[in-house]
Design a protein around this ligand. Sequence first.
Ligand code: S3P
Length: 172
Amino acid sequence: MTKGHVFLVGFMGSGKSTVARLVAAAIGRPSVDLDEVVELSSGRPVPEIFAEDGEEAFRGAETQALLSLSEQPPSVVACGGGVVLRPENRAALKRMGTVVFLSVSAAEALARIGDVSTRPLLSGAGGALAATALLAAREGLYRSVADVVVDTEGRTPDEVAEAVVAALGGVS
Ligand code: S3P
């Protein structure tokens, strides 16, 4: 099994949080949700941080949360969908563990999310368009950090988790 953390990256709605819990249980590691680490340290939910302090402030807190994991035991980490935006985050992900990109189409991501009110970047007018544009802008970044790519389209979280565990077996 791989050294360091296992980081799940991918778009909102790609299933990172659910799959992280399933993979963690399967390989006997703790699971960590990076958005929850940010929420715990700032004492507010993510949409409130966006509304009150703006996206850049959230990104700063997200970087701090990511770097803080270097002192934690090897875990399976569900990252926020925008973690790949900052070059320093991309370097930290590569340095600190194995990165798994869970790919999904914008249409399926939106269908899975359903209520977008907890996703500030999608909750404005034109959420569907925003999702398509954001995903197109990020796809290359997800692939650039990924050691492994697992397609989640049309698959259940259990099926995706099984594919992730199988793929990790082949990563040193
Ligand atoms: C974001 C994704 C969210 C959260 C924040 C920003 C993004 O996490 O970090 O709303 O920029 O894609 P999830 O991917 O867990 O929804």
